[in-house]
Design a protein around this ligand. Sequence first.
Ligand SMILES: Cc1ncc(COP(=O)(O)O)c(C=O)c1O
Length: 468
Amino acid sequence: MTTQTAIQSQHKATHRYVPTTSTPISPEKVASVLAAEWDLFTKNTKGSELESKRAFDSLPLGVTSSFQHWDPYPISIVSAKGAYMTDVDGRQLLDLSMGFGAMLAGHLNPVVIEEVQASLNQGMLFVTPSPTSTDAAERICQRFGIDQVRFTNSGTESTMYAVRVARSATEKMGILKVEGGYHGSYDPFVVSAKPPLNKAGKAEKPTPYVEPNLVPGDIYVVPYNNIPALEKMFKKNAKKLACFIVEPVLENLAIVLPDAGYLERVRELCDQYNVVLIFDEVKTGLTAGAHGAAMRLGVKPDLITLAKSIGGGLPLAAFGGKKKYMDFVTNGKMAHFGTFNGNPLAMAGVRAIDRICSDEALATAEEFNLQALTRIGDIIDEYQLPAHTVGFGIKGCVTWSTTPVRNYRDYKATDFGVAEAHWLFALNRGIITPPGLDEQWLISLAHGQTEIDLLVEDFRDFAKAIRA
Ligand SMILES: Cc1ncc(COP(=O)(O)O)c(C=O)c1O
């Protein structure tokens, strides 16, 4: 392994390696690799094509969540175990998406199965209190260092309720979010999630971009990693702002790391201006480390939202935080409902994850991730690629830019053509990463040395192909 040193302008608990020299990749080369790879894709995935045609009749776009669709059609999966999935064409694919992080423990982890089976013997849904939900709440509170928690069924519900808690506590209605930040599909969160640049205003002072079918309420947008812009926003609008909702590390624009000191200053400003700080940890959560991103980065929000990684693959999410805010649920000013909230199967998932996700297990996965990042960094150097690596916890990505990406505008300036070619090249060789180019790989607890070698060597083959 080389001794690549991370640039120290980002938070020290994160990884970024930006080479000092590179040479451009010609757009013609990218176009020819892409054309050849799409050709190969359609040849190898006849089953997925047929399945997509069939699904289009009963499901819009042939999928159950619009994220899952891509043109001409996505891969259709029949089963998954450990770190691998099998598609309808009978191909085995190394899964580096792992359910956007929800399959952190690996597909069909035996401990998850054991807990779920034991739970099934006790019943499926009580809609009345149970020791199983109290036990799960205690585990979550202890692990993430929060006073109280409530369970929901999706990240969207959790972010929506967290905002409502903040509104109840402050008696203010405004929501502040980051440009390019995604927090689920509740109307305010769709605002400026991926705004077209010609409608997004100035980089320092973005205009909230509202799709015509949204009713977002009083919504404000700031650039990430920009304290002066945040201070200006607070000076002007803090009297209207209930909360600032932000991912501590942005994980819907590949991976965008907080600058050193950014989150600490955000915390101070939120205190100074009486704005509730919500960390959306739906994506970071346990993928950031055994106690989440807030604990890892050393900045305590007022409320956090959790989902994906906390439930062992079952549909489970949560919001929680300081008692003084969760008291607004207790006093009924922010009633929180849900038929399936805290259902015993999801609670079994929490128990399983608590057994599986020890500090040691996650540290081992993180070492594998760092190994992959370092080796890929070496290949970037060797082939002088205009790219760099970014990592946080057990997630990593290659960003096709020669300079660090610190916000949405930087992300929009990255090379999406090479990113697509890299994604498709890997897919055609049996490695599946999430469909958007905004995502990252996840080294789950089911991945080991073999899988790291596959990831790294595939990247080397791609580097050779793009430089051929
Ligand atoms: C940061 C973040 N917050 C919230 C959500 C919404 O979660 P869900 O899809 O479970 O509603 C997502 C989904 O990807 C997310 O990435």
